[in-house]
Design a protein around this ligand. Structure first.
Ligand code: IVH
Length: 670
């Protein structure tokens, strides 16, 4: 049974955690480090685990509690959720203001100006200060109960903060996803072969309509509140004060909201928002003007399904029609081939667009874009313009379809597209000018050839001057050539020359990693080096042989084989070897020879030189077992910065601790 003390401590922790959540998610002003916050949360979780009867439904640990639903149930909005009338130009805004002033018989009206978020409208019902129900707008009268999902949105309080609030308070606002969250989500979706969302609004809507709240919890959703529905009693007689009250209650209100006098100031606000629009972290599609005095709102009332006292001033459309003049292929810094539509210039949302990305071959096929087609192009914020769809009715007979080139348009190396991947890539990594900068920087990096002092500014100069075309050219650089570069001088040049010489003695694994072959990280490079023992043996291996290496599947094997098939790449490697690059040739590792075989490792905290997953793979490559929790069978615990409770446990059990340096010695020395 939870004692009074436990209940009091749990309540105090909840209050602190809620306060910090509010500061972090609503005010954007965290006041404690994440580690301290995690400690509070862990303590509360610990208490609740030991005394489940102490859990309250609004505990911050209970955001994702419930089981997946079979279907959403219906919610009837007692006060309908209305829409807004639209104004598409300044004339329509002036007419709106004139109508209102005439009805209200005043010379100047006070308005609240807000941004119009492009997300989805949600109603939050608080009773006794607790979030009881959240619903979508639906058709305005009947929506869907999405309470389970809305509870997972961290900026929405499960209980209100203010001292006083109406017993029943229905808050309305817009749930949305930031551009950053949207891009990250699509990246994840694409990596897992899942549906790609067309825009942040669809992503937000799709995320809220998940039957399993755990999925919603993993999506970066947020909410701004812009009004109220059903309220017991009166909150205030001005809309701006109502928003201020909501803010006091811990709800998030847009910081772009202002109170103005007269239509001129409304239009100034519009221009201000147009100017800063692309700096906002989320999508908006206009601004909203609302009469501030609630009394005046009541007097003018509603027409059809929209209030007379408010209007949305929409931005000009960001989609336009234009013609595809050509489809060209761009080669990115990583060798990815991206088809790009060259367009007849067109003004989209105030910016002239001349090309738009077509993403990849499958996208072109899906949208069936052909040269000569008329297409809809879209520009959203600072994002690269894209072709949304083809207007098929306008397709000329002469329209030509597109196919991906077989050879890189920049370096003529073979183009390969791995099984199950959407992206086609140039396989001339060591030679292709498009990939030059990236390849050289990777080659020189600390965990690859470790050429100290060769940073991006210097590489960029060397490439621009034409001194370095491939990584092999690095080893023919002369000190006098280097010393003559801006901001270099004799001393730095000599230092770099020494670093280049020092880098020549390396290991096969490092060298393979340095070549920057697609998907060959350090762990795989180790495995390849251990299996083949020499570069020659690896170069000659076919896909079948390559797949005998642990962890090497068909995709990695075909990348490696394609890389060594390219004459360009082989010539660069030969020149590197001619420059006396060398390593100790190890005999191929006897099958099953694994120096850390059977030893149990646990990794905790953050490592500086690699991710935990990489460390795990590299340890496993040497035969170690890597587990998630510390037990008496654990042999070593690798401790990075900010270690978790695993460190305490290891100390209790007296298990040997390894810091990052010791881990690297172990990985490289064995
Ligand atoms: S007020 C009675 N304010 O726009 C007034 N709506 O076309 C109802 N929206 O369904 C809405 N930002 O989803 C209001 N600052 C804002 C808004 C906003 C976005 C959405 C909302 C509504 C639609 C109306």
């Amino acid at each position: 049974m939870a004692s009074k003390h436990v209940i009091r401590r749990a309540a105090a922790l909840r209050e602190q955690i809620n306060e910090h959540n509010y500061r972090y998610y609503v005010l954007n002003e965290p006041t404690i480090p994440d580690a301290e916050f995690d400690r509070l949360l862990r303590e509360l979780e610990g208490l609740e685990r030991r005394y489940p009867e102490s859990i309250t439904p609004d505990s911050p640990t209970q955001r994702v509690g419930a089981q997946p639903l079979e279907a959403f149930s219906e919610v009837v909005h007692e006060i309908p959720m209305l829409s807004l009338g639209n104004a598409f130009d300044e004339g329509e805004v002036r007419a709106f203001d004139r109508r209102l002033r005439e009805r209200l018989r005043v010379d100047v009206l006070e308005y609240v100006c807000e941004i119009k978020l492009d997300g989805l409208a949600i109603s939050l019902m608080y009773e006794g200060g607790k979030l009881k129900r959240a619903a979508t707008r639906g058709d305005g009268t009947v929506g869907e109960d999405v309470t389970q999902n809305v509870r997972t949105i961290k900026s929405i309080p499960l209980s209100l903060r203010a001292q006083r609030f109406p017993r029943v308070l229905e808050v309305r606002g817009e749930v949305f996803m930031t551009h950053e969250g949207f891009v990250a989500l699509n990246k994840m979706q694409s990596a897992h072969g899942q549906k790609i969302f067309a825009n942040p609004r669809n992503a937000a809507a799709g995320s809220l309509r998940q039957l399993d709240p755990r999925i919603t919890a993993s999506r970066p959703l947020d909410m701004f509140c812009y009004g109220i529905g059903k309220v017991e009693g009166v909150l205030s007689d001005r809309h701006s004060d109502i928003l201020a009250r909501l803010r006091e209650c811990g709800l998030k209100v847009s910081p772009e909201t202002v109170v103005v006098n007269g239509v001129h100031e409304c239009l100034d606000y519009y221009h201000h928002i147009v100017a800063i629009r692309h700096r906002l972290a989320y999508a908006i599609d206009g601004v909203v003007y609302k009469v501030n005095a609630m009394q005046q709102q009541q007097t003018v009332g509603y027409i059809a399904r929209a209030p007379r006292w408010a209007i949305a001033h929409k931005f000009p459309p960001e989609e336009e029609l234009t013609k595809v003049l050509a489809i060209e292929v761009q080669v990115g810094r990583t060798g990815a081939l991206t088809p790009v539509a060259r367009l007849k210039p067109v003004l989209v949302g105030g910016v002239t667009v001349t090309n738009a990305t077509l993403h990849n071959e499958d996208e072109i096929k899906r949208k069936d874009v052909r040269v000569g087609d008329t297409v809809i192009v879209r520009r959203a914020g600072d994002v690269i313009p894209e072709v949304v769809q083809v207007v098929k009715e306008r397709r000329p007979k002469t329209a030509r379809s597109f196919s991906m080139p077989r050879r890189c348009p920049i370096c003529n190396s073979e183009v390969v597209r791995a099984q199950g991947e959407a992206i086609a890539r140039c396989s001339g990594g060591l030679y292709c000018p498009a990939q030059r900068m990236q390849v050289i920087l990777h080659f020189a990096s600390r965990r690859a050839m470790n050429i100290e002092g060769l940073g991006d500014k210097l590489v960029s100069q060397l490439v621009r001057k034409g001194y370095v075309k491939t990584v092999a050219d690095l080893y023919s650089l002369r000190v006098d050539q280097l010393a003559a570069l801006p901001r270099m001088g004799e001393r730095s040049a000599t230092k770099l020359d020494r670093a280049l010489k020092n880098s020549k003695l390396t290991t096969l694994a490092r060298f393979l990693y340095a070549l920057g072959i697609r998907d060959i990280g350090e762990a795989t490079a180790e495995l390849l080096a251990a299996h083949f023992g020499s570069l020659k043996a690896l170069e000659q291996a076919d896909v079948e042989e390559l797949q005998k290496v642990p962890d090497v599947g068909p995709v990695v094997a075909s990348n490696v084989a394609a890389f060594f098939r390219q004459g360009h790449n082989r010539r660069v490697i030969k020149r590197l070897l001619d420059a006396n690059l060398c390593w100790k040739t190890r005999p191929p590792m006897a099958p099953g020879h694994r120096p850390l075989s059977g030893q149990m490792f646990v990794i905790t905290g953050t490592l500086a030189s690699m991710t935990r997953e990489e460390a795990k793979q590299r340890l496993q490559a040497l035969g170690a077992k890597v587990t998630a929790s510390v037990s008496k069978n654990t042999r070593f615990v690798v401790v990075g910065t900010d270690p978790g409770s695993k460190l305490e446990r290891a100390e209790q059990l007296g298990i040997r601790l390894l810091d990052e340096r010791a881990l690297l010695d172990l990985l490289e020395g064995t």
